[in-house]
Design a binder for this molecule. Structure first.
Ligand SMILES: [Mn+2]
Length: 367
């Protein structure tokens, strides 16, 4: 049996105020739909025996009409092609209150769609292969019960386990409601031919027969060096092939500004602002900036060097001194910093500038 495993598609995710000129949608929202469509096209092209989505199909429990339509349209296509589609709910789309109802109830209406979303273990049999699916559970007791029902499973040709969470407590995303998954084989003494995991946004093999496929787009700059794609798994031979998809580049750049003047900082920034930043989400970290250089920096000069980038996140890490310890972690475009820069540029030598900076920061930050 050939299986296509993907996960964490986060349909409906949006970020930054940029509009896609073609669709009129938030550009990042569109990026996530583009990634999704690449996998759907791959499913139609590869025609696997079964498709497994390991959770976080949607970014929220109440996705937008556009996100729902995108998902339904594609799932209809897979359903029409006669390819079984197995999906478990992730933490992002699971409502906190059961009575809210799950969007997955609607997905389950399609023929060939097998959705696990009700906080219990579900078993779906496809061509004599059993798929044991544990969705995100809102309560620990629910999850313990779900795992308990896995013991003493029925005889089948092969077994696959599908779930969403942080395997062994590792592979977390730092989210408050994420669930910790035990090593299902150790816990139940059941051997699985394959374990398809979702939640961790990076393709990684956690043990011989268990993988996270990773996400299809990146939801945070922390994922800047993760690939995005899907996994093709051959249950009979054990062969697994990971396929990359094309996504918006995300780049982190860092410059050590120790002893640099604004002029030499601009030069260094210009060196790193290569053509690779075009249409990319870029984080530029300028660390160890001395106060004098920091207060004289013209942010517009730096912005101009990244005019081709999709988005530039600038981080200025000042060397903390007695004089700036109140403001060393404040953003450069904030009012207290503007005020500090204004005072630094004043010629007046009689003013106690340090005291004024502190007073200004106090008034500007209090409500
Ligand atoms: Mn996720």
């Amino acid at each position: 049996m050939k299986l296509l495993h993907f996960s964490d598609t986060h349909l409906g995710f949006s970020e930054y105020f940029k509009i896609d000129p073609d669709s009129g949608l938030n550009q990042r929202e569109q990026d996530f739909y583009n990634a999704w469509h690449q996998v759907i096209d791959a499913i139609v092209a590869h025609r696997p025996d079964v498709v497994v989505h390991a959770g976080d199909l949607f970014h929220t429990p109440r996705p937008s009409n556009r996100a729902i339509r995108t998902a339904l349209e594609s799932i209809q296509k897979i359903s029409d092609a006669g390819i079984p589609f197995i999906i478990v709910a992730g933490n992002h789309e699971t409502p906190r209150i059961r009575t809210t109802g799950s969007i997955f109830e609607s997905l389950a209406l399609f023929p060939n769609v097998y959705a696990a979303y009700s906080g219990a273990c579900e078993r779906f049999r496809i061509n004599d292969v059993d798929f044991y699916c544990i969705p995100h559970c809102s309560l620990t007791e629910e999850m313990d019960k779900a795992f308990a029902t896995l013991k003493g499973t029925a005889k089948s040709q092969a077994k696959v386990f599908v779930s969403h969470g942080a395997w062994g407590g590792e592979y977390g995303m730092g989210e408050f409601n994420e669930q910790r998954l035990p090593d299902v084989e150790q816990l139940t003494r059941v051997h699985f031919d394959y374990i398809a995991l979702g939640h961790y946004h990076r393709y990684v093999t956690v043990k011989e027969n268990a993988c996270y496929s990773g996400s299809t787009e990146r939801t945070s700059l922390n994922e800047h060096n993760s690939t995005c794609g899907y996994l093709l798994v051959d249950l009979d031979s054990g062969e697994r092939i990971y396929h990359d998809i094309a996504t918006r580049p995300m780049i982190k750049l860092s410059i050590d500004c120790t002893d640099l003047t604004p002029r030499t900082i601009y030069d260094k920034v210009e060196e790193v602002a290569t053509p690779a930043v075009r249409e990319a989400i870029v984080q530029l970290v300028l660390k160890n900036i001395v106060d004098e250089a920091f207060l004289q920096l013209d942010v517009r000069e730096i912005d101009a060097m990244f005019a081709d980038a999709f988005y530039l996140d600038k981080q200025f890490l000042r060397i903390t001194t007695e004089a700036n310890r109140f403001l060393s972690h404040t953003k450069i475009e904030s009012l207290p910093i503007e005020f500090e820069r204004f005072l630094a540029a004043l010629e007046n030598k009689e003013l106690d500038k340090q005291k004024l900076v502190q007073l200004g920061a106090h008034y500007l930050e209090s409500d």
